[in-house]
Design a protein around this ligand. Structure first.
Ligand SMILES: *Cc1c(COP(=O)(O)O)cnc(C)c1O
Length: 358
């Protein structure tokens, strides 16, 4: 038997989440963001599950986009960081893969491009996040340069928000971006998941939801299910040993947990090398055969420990849900001081994936 741990990926839930996210922005196209291997869910599997309903896909790597093209995915695709060299621009144009143009050096590559098919450019504006993009003042000249070149088709003007998910919102960035965007006459794309759900005035022509496709909330104050989303992944593993411990005995590395009463504990075949965060404290919620319990002591590389004291029927082979169905990933992320994004992306390749059909 293989080690009893698994990542169940619910493609029907991801389809539901895509449609639900797109419904928030009824007038816009929705590019499903499937970078980072679809946030750990498998870019090809997710793209295939969404192929007949998605308006387009947004990715990072040309190699990933080409893999989807080879697998028969015909939808529009755009690369969020654009080309990384001149060669990329050629292959993107040939394969109808659009890309962000965020810096002058990328325009210089495009000016050398010779291609029968045009390169579809999404001009990226830095409206205040200060990561990628042209300053608003520099954007008109960049647009002129792109429009002057016959092998380039400038289709879209885009930006990205730093605080769409919290109370600060998007006002400052939108004020810088909107006039420029309207004046450009291009398709407008600004909204990530948070802006798709909470800042309708920024929807423009193409929204770019990522995290909500996978059932996780971008907001601190609500979890995915409260937004109408279904978990895309469920991480679970089985109990492989049981210990009975007495008051005063310790559990795990560092002896950070000491029993105050007699306890029955279960050893679960999941550790930080699988992607479960090491930093969570004792008491972090788990479901043992569907019943709520908590972790005990430190998470080790290959194992973690759960309290079975109140669950007499649980034992070897019991199924422990670490997050997903019935236990929002946001709960574990908060306990770890991080986001569902990071937990999803950190699942190790040694965890077998099982796909539930779309
Ligand atoms: C990752 C990313 C998104 C999606 O963000 P979510 O918060 O996951 O919705 C959208 N646009 C850009 C440019 C991104 O890098």
């Amino acid at each position: 038997m293989t080690r009893p741990i698994r990542l169940e990926i619910d493609l029907a839930a991801i389809r539901h989440n895509y449609q639900h996210s797109r419904q928030q922005a009824p007038g816009a196209r929705a590019y499903a963001v499937i970078k980072a291997d679809a946030y750990g869910h498998g870019a090809l599997e997710v793209a295939q599950a969404l192929a007949d309903i998605a308006d387009g896909f947004a990715l990072l790597n040309l190699e990933d986009a080409l893999r989807l093209r080879r697998a028969g995915i015909q939808q529009p695709m755009t690369l969020l960081e654009g080309a990384f060299d001149l060669e990329d621009t050629v292959r993107m144009a040939e394969n109808r893969i659009a890309g962000a143009v965020h810096s002058p050096h990328q325009i210089a590559w495009l000016e050398q491009l010779q291609s029968d098919l045009p390169f579809e450019a999404w001009l990226k504006v830095n409206s205040g996040m200060n990561r990628l993009g042209f300053q608003p003042e520099a954007a008109p000249a960049a647009m002129d340069r792109l429009r002057a070149h016959p092998a380039v088709k400038l289709s879209t003007i885009m930006t990205h928000f730093a605080t769409a998910d919290d109370a600060r919102g998007v006002a400052g960035q939108w004020e810088k971006f909107e006039p420029l965007a309207r004046a450009s006459g291009l398709a407008i794309s600004a909204a990530n998941s948070a802006a798709t759900f909470r800042h309708a005035h920024t929807h423009g022509d193409a929204v770019r939801p990522g995290i909500t496709l996978y059932g996780c909330s971008p907001f601190d104050d609500v979890n995915g299910p409260e937004l109408g989303l279904k978990p895309g992944m469920t991480l679970s593993a089985d109990i492989i040993a049981v210990q009975h411990i007495q008051p005063g005995e310790i559990v795990g590395y560092g002896a950070t947990f000491q029993a105050e009463r007699p306890m029955r504990i279960g050893i679960v075949a999941c550790g930080y090398a699988d992607g479960y965060p090491r930093v969570v404290p004792s008491g972090t919620p788990v479901l043992v055969d569907g019943k709520l319990s908590g972790t005990v002591g430190r998470v080790s590389m290959d194992m973690l420990v759960v309290d079975l004291s109140a669950l007499p029927e649980a034992g070897i082979g019991s199924h422990v849900t670490l997050w997903g169905q019935g236990l929002p990933i946001e709960t574990i992320a908060r306990a770890a001081g991080t986001l569902g994004y990071e937990l999803m992306c950190a699942i190790s390749t040694r965890v077998p994936r099982h796909y539930l059909p779309a």
